[in-house]
Design a protein around this ligand. Structure first.
Ligand code: COA
Ligand code: AMP
Length: 642
């Protein structure tokens, strides 16, 4: 059993208990934070969808809630977006009124391009205001956006175009990494060429760092098109959609290598995010919220775009890195310059900062008087880095756990309800509506402090995915069948006697590299496609900066007489070309054989322990121990393992 919370301080115990005891009442009350075109009379209908649907009789518009209502309610002149881009030397403040006008105009343009409620729009853009304007313009029309992270290769973009079948693609000519300009347009052109589905139109934001060539008849220049629309007074109003209609689809790594299109519905998401801002993050309308993620990830969707805007905050859009743009004080500089109240980043970013500025000397150069709390998510937060940040900042540092699938945190320390004691290494307690259990392999609840798979008793709370795009069956198979009556998080962990959750790692082939979720199965598929490779295995091995890094072991086909180093270089290049630089795949090792059980299962767990320099024992199901020694030797050759 879980979450039998002990005598924890603050309002949390009573709030969480109320959310599970009477979800109807709890979520209808939370729904009061949202403007509805047609308000909900009931919160949940268990008879709909795979496990029920939230706010089945209500209608609303997410863009109205994030933008228009603030213009009408006295925030028109308040800054909505603070764009800070050290990589281009640009800063720009966009007020709510300006944002409303820009979004309405772009929505008008999308209508002329044939986009209507329910149509999909792919957004392949870096961290520029136009990406947010694009997302909100889709939401305004009830169109479904699907943002693709810029670090993915053309092939990954093509897979998403084929699955989402967008009418229009919104893209920028390039993204900017500290070390290089990344031209997006050639990747987009290649993706469209490779996809069986072709969008009707592409709207391209030309950036001076790398202007793109437009394809006549298909591509339009963003600035020219929107200027013309503005001149003509072309605008589109918010379209009310059913609360159960999708707001977006966000693809994330699946275990097969084929990404999963996580569907986010509109009403439940708006309600959950609106609840989280004051209660979990402890932020008030009008305050400045800085989430240093990317709009290509779920964290960016929820806490760069929708939640802060819905709550009437100012959101910071930071096109830079935690280090190197220009230094390890970058996040503190932004926090001070804009009076940030709440900062949200990934543990990797902290580790990168700590490496460059171990004594946190840069923190002292900035006035952080408005800054109250640092939140971390995306990967396991190592206790050392959390303790370092607490000392450096003299503020609570809160680790919280979530997934693309859930859209908002599963567990965290709800600052707004009264800060709970912080336990390093733990992501604190389940958020409202999450009935969290740790189960053994047979689905039996485990006692406190016993490791198992973390599962969420159905129904999931508002905000979580109702299904996967175009595949209810894959949704059921992936999440609902392992433990009937539960959603399987595929995360292993423990819950202690106080109800605190500690997430220990994935139970599937997903790895987390620099806070980026990747599938080793996807990488194996790429390696296996190389003509000289007979078989392969990719594992995530410990990395001091990025948490994990992928490492591929390959066995070459017999008769291939090529230099192993040459093939290894080709394999590294192939993963970069097919999946993208974000895979950070730099380690390919050719070996004579892969260690397998008698039934042919590759011993990935043992290989990982060898690479991580952890004690390991010879599994009884293996006949030949020498093969594991060979793995150890090849890792040692690269300075890895014990
Ligand atoms: N477009 C194109 N390429 C991108 C990209 C983007 N949006 N984002 C990352 N890449 C590239 C990087 O340039 C790098 O390329 P390289 O192999 O040529 O160096 C590669 O993808 C791997 O990137 P990353 O793993 O991020 O490593 P890094 O060395 O560039 O940066 C950190 C290290 C710690 C600064 C960075 O990982 C970071 O800021 N992490 C925080 C992540 C985060 O906020 N995650 C959100 C979850 S909450
Ligand atoms: P993503 O879908 O990209 O957000 O990645 C989700 C996965 O990241 C989870 O299933 C976890 O494995 C991991 N994760 C996210 N946040 C945390 C955290 N705070 N602690 C440990 N793991 C985390």
């Amino acid at each position: 059993m879980t979450a039998a919370p002990g005598p924890l301080p603050g309002r949390y115990p009573e709030v969480h208990a109320a959310s599970l005891a009477d979800p109807e009442r709890f979520w209808l009350e939370a729904a009061g934070a949202i403007d509805w075109a047609s308000p909900p009379r009931r919160a949940f209908d268990a008879s709909l969808g795979a496990y029920g649907r939230w706010f089945p009789d209500a209608a609303l518009n997410a863009c109205h809630n994030a933008v228009d209502r603030h213009v009408a309610n006295g925030r028109a002149e308040q800054t909505a977006i603070l764009y800070d881009s050290p990589v281009t030397g640009t800063k720009r403040a966009i007020r709510y009124r300006e944002l409303r006008d820009a979004v309405a105009t772009l929505a008008g343009v999308l209508v002329t391009l044939g986009v209507a409620k329910g149509d999909r729009v792919i957004i392949y853009m870096p961290m520029v205001p136009e990406a947010l304007i694009g997302m909100l313009a889709c939401a305004r029309l009830g169109a479904v956006h699907s943002v693709v992270f810029g670090g993915f290769a053309a092939n990954e973009l093509a897979i998403r175009i084929e699955d989402a079948r967008p009418k229009v693609v919104l893209a920028a000519s390039c993204g900017i990494e500290p070390s290089r300009v990344v031209p997006y347009k050639p990747l987009l052109d290649a993706a469209i060429a490779a996809s069986a589905h072709k969008p009707d139109a592409c709207l391209i934001l030309q950036r001076p760092q790398a202007e793109a060539t437009l394809v006549p008849g298909r591509d339009r220049d963003w600035a020219e098109t929107t200027a013309r629309a503005e001149g003509a007074g072309l605008k589109a109003d918010c379209v009310a959609v059913a609360a159960t209609d999708p707001l977006y689809v966000l693809y994330t790594s699946g275990t097969t290598g084929k990404p999963k299109g996580v569907v986010r519905d509109t009403g439940g998401y708006c309600v959950a995010l609106a609840w989280s801002m004051p209660n979990l993050y402890g932020v008030a309308p009008g305050e400045v919220y800085f989430c240093a993620s990317d709009v290509g990830w779920v964290v960016g969707h929820s806490y760069i775009v929708y939640a802060p805007l819905m709550h009437g905050c100012t959101t910071v859009l930071y096109e830079g890195k935690p280090v190197g743009t220009p230094d390890a004080g970058a996040l503190w500089r932004v926090a001070a310059e804009y009076g940030v109240a709440c900062l949200f980043t990934a543990p990797t970013a902290l580790r990168a900062i700590k490496k460059e500025d171990p004594r946190a000397e840069r923190v002292g150069s900035y006035d952080l008087s408005k800054f109250r709390t640092l939140f971390l998510a995306g990967e396991r937060a190592d206790p050392d880095s959390v303790a370092w940040a607490e000392r450096a900042l003299d503020r609570p540092v809160i680790d919280h756990w979530w997934q693309t699938e859930t859209g908002w945190p599963i567990a965290g320390n709800p600052v707004g309800l009264g800060l709970l004691p912080v336990k390093h290494g733990s992501t604190a307690v389940p958020m409202p509506g999450y009935d969290l259990r740790v189960l053994d392999e047979a689905g039996k609840p485990l006692p406190a402090d016993t490791m198992g798979t973390i599962a969420l008793k159905l129904p999931l709370p508002p905000g979580c995915l109702p299904t996967l795009w175009g595949s209810d069956e894959r949704f059921r198979q992936s999440y609902l069948t392992t433990f009937p009556g539960y959603y399987d998080t595929s995360d292993a962990g423990v819950v202690d006697a106080d109800g605190y959750v500690t997430v220990l790692g994935r139970t599937d082939d997903i790895i987390n590299v620099a806070g980026h979720r990747l599938s080793t199965g996807g990488m194996e598929a790429v390696l296996a496609s190389h003509p000289d490779v007979a078989e392969c295995a990719v594992i995530g091995i410990r990395d001091a900066l990025k948490g994990e890094q992928p490492c591929g072991f390959v066995v070459m086909k017999s008769g291939v007489a090529r230099e192993p180093a040459e093939v290894e270089r080709e394999l590294v290049a192939l993963v970069r070309e097919r999946i993208g630089p974000v895979a950070a795949f730099k380690l390919a090792l050719t070996v004579g054989r892969l260690p397998k059980t008698r039934s042919g299962k590759i011993l990935r767990g043992t290989m990982k322990r060898i690479a991580d320099g952890e004690p390991w024992t010879l599994p009884p199901t293996i006949d030949d121990a020498a093969v594991l020694d060979e793995i150890g030797e090849s890792l040692k050759g690269r300075g890895i393992g014990g």
